[in-house]
Write a protein that binds this ligand. Structure first.
Ligand SMILES: [Cu+2]
Length: 543
């Protein structure tokens, strides 16, 4: 189906792919210390199965180029914006100089369409990072503006030997009748749960086919670039070993059958492919399985990979962190942050509308004649009965979707309330961080830290909220953190992180190692939650 042409609708973003260059495959660019990269933001025509849509790309590919940089070096990135709106580039997970962090109005002026900006990017820590805009991510990141940055350690033994490396973004895109579901330039929609997609993209491809040889150790460098979806990834039939997370290697390598990745999190996984044939990268929720990509394994010779795979290495610097963890586990938190929402009823009942029935959008069998909360999931009950017109609008989009009721594991795997979710905007959803450090409601967050400080942060995803759900909490490059405990259970395997998934109702304790001065952001990495209020900035001063 041909996309509509929207020339006469200035209140919409352009959607016509005619005449645009076709999106290419992402390049792998090795950049030496001091090298300059030109990064161009612009529209592309992207084939998705039998339709072609207009998307946005860095240097003409989705994802943008993978930048391979040696630890400790500095690269210069000259960004030119030929996209649809102002932009910046945020270098996710890097502890870099604050003025290159890409936060509009705080660390730099937005780059206007036709404008440019030059970043100087420092990479002190080995591992997998990524870059994306920090303006209207719900639109620009969904449309393809993301790419990886791989920091190669100076220590050649940091990672185990490997035969093949695959840098893969996992993402989902919402496509309706052959077109990307519309966006408003004026406001962010799907603000309740974020925009879940129905087309899965691995490395930007809805049907990615990868190659390997039997006997190889294949390393998957995985990044979740979705707006809101949590991925649970596995390669059935092959053995996997988790070796790294957001920022570098794990305290101890471990064999795993699956890897949970919240939006913006990364994982480094070694996969032993010992048989020729076909393997698949899959996403498993409690109710469904999705095939994301295919790995064809050709005949090969057994090499040393199997022996190396059997070894589980440990990271001494993270074991040293664990040795002093008891002190931090016992210490009271320095800051307590509650994650809550207030939700306006999108049906907006007039007072004289007559009798009203309230129902849970996720559990329609739960009804009440008065406002309240769903006993199954805690969500605010929304008016459904009268008037008839809004009842129709509120029709629950249950389709053939299998439902994880309320997310028994604290994760909303699917959008179980599409009709309501689509209508919610930053005007009607009020996602909030509340500073409960003093024990009182205090919406004004005034964090002040000093370089060299270590801070215990407690995140409380409160059930007493109009729509409790999971949130991936992200801290910008003021430092990096370790997860100390989740619901009081000590974190079994440490890794330096910049994003943590806080499940519905969960309490997560972090140890934040503050290293870089400046004004830095903390926010939920659900692209629709951040502009709905789940963000703040804090200050780090030099010692
Ligand atoms: Cu959130």
């Amino acid at each position: 189906m041909r996309p509509h042409i929207d020339h006469d609708l200035p209140d919409r973003f352009p959607t016509d792919p005619s005449g645009l260059p076709e999106a290419g495959r992402p390049q792998l660019l090795e950049l030496a210390d001091g090298d300059t990269l030109d990064l161009h933001v612009g529209p592309v025509a992207k084939r998705l199965g039998d339709t072609t849509v207009r998307m946005l790309a860095y240097n003409g590919s989705i994802p943008g180029p993978t930048l391979k940089v040696r630890q400790g070096s500095e690269i210069v990135v000259h960004v030119e914006n030929h996209g649809d709106l102002d932009t910046t580039v945020h270098w996710h997970g890097l502890r870099l100089e604050n003025r290159y962090d890409g936060v509009p109005h705080e660390t730099q002026a937005p780059i206007p369409v036709g404008g440019d900006f030059t970043y100087r990017i420092q990479v002190p820590d080995p591992g997998l990072y990524w870059y994306h805009p920090h303006i209207r991510e719900d639109y620009t990141q969904e449309l393809g503006l993301y790419g990886n940055l791989l920091v190669v350690p100076t220590d050649p033994d940091y990672w185990p030997a490997v035969d093949r490396e695959l840098v893969l973004t996992v993402d989902d895109l919402l496509v309706e009748e052959g077109q990307i579901a519309p966006f408003s330039p004026a406001e962010t929609s799907y603000a309740a749960m974020g925009r879940y997609g129905n087309v899965f993209l691995v490395g930007g491809d809805p049907d990615l086919r990868l190659e390997a040889r039997a006997g190889e150790m294949v390393r998957l460098w995985l990044t979740n670039t979705a707006n809101t979806r949590v991925f649970n990834l596995s390669v059935p039939g092959a053995r996997m070993k988790l070796i790294g997370g957001d920022s570098g290697h794990m305290e101890h390598q471990e064999f795993v059958s699956e890897v949970l990745l919240a939006p913006s999190e990364r994982a480094v996984v070694d996969v032993l492919v010992d048989q020729p044939g076909e393997l698949a990268l899959e996403h498993h929720t409690p109710n469904r399985s999705y095939r994301l990509a295919t790995l064809r394994v050709a005949e090969g010779r057994p090499g040393p990979a199997a022996e190396a795979f059997a070894q589980l290495r440990r990271a001494p610097e993270l074991e040293a962190e664990r040795a002093q963890l008891d002190h931090w586990l016992a210490a009271p938190p320095d800051k307590v942050l509650a994650l809550v929402t207030q939700m306006d009823d999108p049906t907006d009942m007039p007072a004289d509308a007559g009798p009203v029935t309230y129902a849970c959008p996720m559990h329609p069998e739960v009804t009440s004649d008065r406002p309240g909360r769903c006993p199954k999931c805690g969500m605010k009950l929304l008016a459904t009965s009268a008037p008839a017109a809004s009842h129709h609008d509120m029709a629950m989009d249950h389709d053939d979707m299998a439902h994880a009721p309320g997310g028994a594991d604290g994760i909303e795997w699917e959008d179980d309330m599409v009709a309501v979710n689509r209508q919610t905007t930053t005007a009607t959803m009020h996602w909030r961080f509340l500073d409960r450090t003093s024990g009182a409601d205090n919406p004004t967050i005034d964090w002040q830290f000093t370089v060299g400080q270590r801070v215990k942060l407690r995140l409380v995803n409160e059930m007493d909220s109009d729509h409790p759900m999971h949130h991936p909490f992200h801290l910008h490059g003021a430092g990096r953190f370790l997860v100390l405990a989740r619901d009081g259970a000590v974190e079994p395997n440490l890794v330096w992180k910049d994003t943590v998934l806080v499940r519905t109702g969960q309490v997560v304790d972090l140890l934040f190692d503050v290293t870089n001065p400046g004004l830095w952001m903390a926010h939920c990495h659900i692209a629709e939650h951040m502009p709905s209020g789940m963000m703040f900035s804090f200050n780090v001063t030099r010692r």
